[in-house]
Design a protein around this ligand. Structure first.
Ligand SMILES: NC(=O)c1ccc[n+]([C@@H]2O[C@H](COP(=O)([O-])OP(=O)(O)OC[C@H]3O[C@@H](n4cnc5c(N)ncnc54)[C@H](O)[C@@H]3O)[C@@H](O)[C@H]2O)c1
Length: 338
């Protein structure tokens, strides 16, 4: 019997999974593990992936798929992604080529929700600036004056796993939380767990807004200039999901114009040579996509990734990202934690 060929692209190579996971995978598949610090060049990708039935990759190693790459991989039937967000992948293209996609839903929910709260606390307390001032990295003229969060309102955009957890944590801090979701089922699950739901305008009217939504390949930002103009004057904006959900240039203009008291984003969006003053004053706080990077998520992510690879090589249908009609019925309440 010919075993399916699984190619694994990961920065840590074989160190990514436990040895017993590799052993089990190798009983069911012809496995090639390729350590990669970044996405391989096109010619290298086609060579490395030649003959692959299944590809397992991190977002770093697979930042895009396009028709040319898929043309070079006619046998590919599935991608097992080490990520929750897959907005960099063209799902209609994968679907048209019969390539399924498997992701890791929920492996980092707690970490990312905690990071969202940490960014909110950062903007409110100016903790990062107090630290910088104490080590001489920010001049004494940089203000450390902050605001309290208790009693303020938080609007949550996207009430899925992460947004739901952010809402619950913020309520525990004494914030009044209201959230919005474009998926009525997600909004209904949040409402059933006691979260007040509203429309986007209602969420944007809060003292602070947390962007926790998923993003769709090629879609425009959810928070653009018009939405920023609708924010309460002096609002705090935190984006823990994807930088592309917020129009960065418009957010910078809103910070400079005073509409936004601060913008925190879990990515690296500003060039210090251009907007270094905003970074030095801490009015833009950027954390370089580190929200998920915790001991627990690394363990959980590796385990889940290995399990999903194993399911894929055994022929199980991949997650219903490419084929939503294969989705199991939604649970009665929103998933919490991992
Ligand atoms: N920073 C990190 O390290 C990190 C880690 C994991 C996930 N993420 C990002 O967080 C996102 C959310 O993760 P999740 O597990 O909560 O996903 P999820 O699928 O459980 O929830 C996302 C929710 O956003 C909603 N949504 C989509 N577009 C919307 C819009 N325009 N307005 C309002 N709601 C909208 C969806 O309907 C869904 O309910 C992921 O897609 C990923 O991009 C970031």
């Amino acid at each position: 019997m010919t075993l399916p060929r699984l190619v694994v692209l990961s920065r840590r190579g074989r160190a990514t999974l436990a040895p017993d996971h590799w052993a089990e995978l190798e009983r069911h598949a012809d496995v090639l593990v390729v350590p990669c610090e970044r996405a391989p060049e096109r010619a290298d990708a086609a060579r490395l992936l030649a003959g692959a039935d299944l590809l397992a990759a991190t977002n770093l190693c697979l930042p895009a798929v396009d028709p040319d790459l898929l043309d070079a991989l006619p046998g590919l039937r599935g991608i097992v992604l080490y990520a929750t967000g897959y907005d960099h992948l063209d799902i209609p293209l994968l679907r048209s080529r019969g390539v399924g996609l498997s992701i890791l839903p929920g492996y980092a929910t707690t970490a990312v929700a905690e990071h969202c709260l940490a960014m909110l606390f950062g903007l409110a307390t100016r903790l990062h600036l107090a630290h910088d001032r104490s080590r001489g990295a920010a001049p004494p003229t940089v203000s450390l004056r902050g605001v309290e969060l208790r009693g303020r309102t938080l609007g949550v955009v996207g009430l899925g796993r992460i947004g739901g957890e952010v809402a619950r944590m913020a309520r525990a801090l004494g914030m009044a939380v209201r959230g919005t979701d474009t998926d009525p089922a997600a909004a209904a699950r949040a409402a059933a767990s006691g979260i007040e739901t509203t429309d986007l305008a209602g969420a944007l009217g809060a003292d602070a807004v947390a962007v926790c939504a998923s993003h769709t390949f090629g879609a425009p930002p959810v928070i653009g200039a018009a939405e920023l103009a609708a924010l309460a004057p002096g609002a705090l904006l935190v984006n823990v999901a994807r930088a592309s959900l917020v129009d960065t240039a418009a957010a910078v203009a809103a910070v400079r114009g005073g509409r936004l008291r601060g913008y925190a984003v879990d990515d690296t969006v500003l060039d210090p040579a251009v907007d270094g003053d905003l970074l030095a004053q801490g009015r833009v706080l950027q954390t370089g996509h580190s929200a998920w990077w915790r001991d627990e998520t690394l363990d959980r992510g590796a385990r889940m990734w290995g399990e999903r690879m194993l399911a894929a090589v055994r022929g199980a249908p991949l997650d219903p990202v490419t084929w939503p009609e294969h989705a199991p019925a939604a649970p009665a309440t929103a998933a919490v934690g991992a």
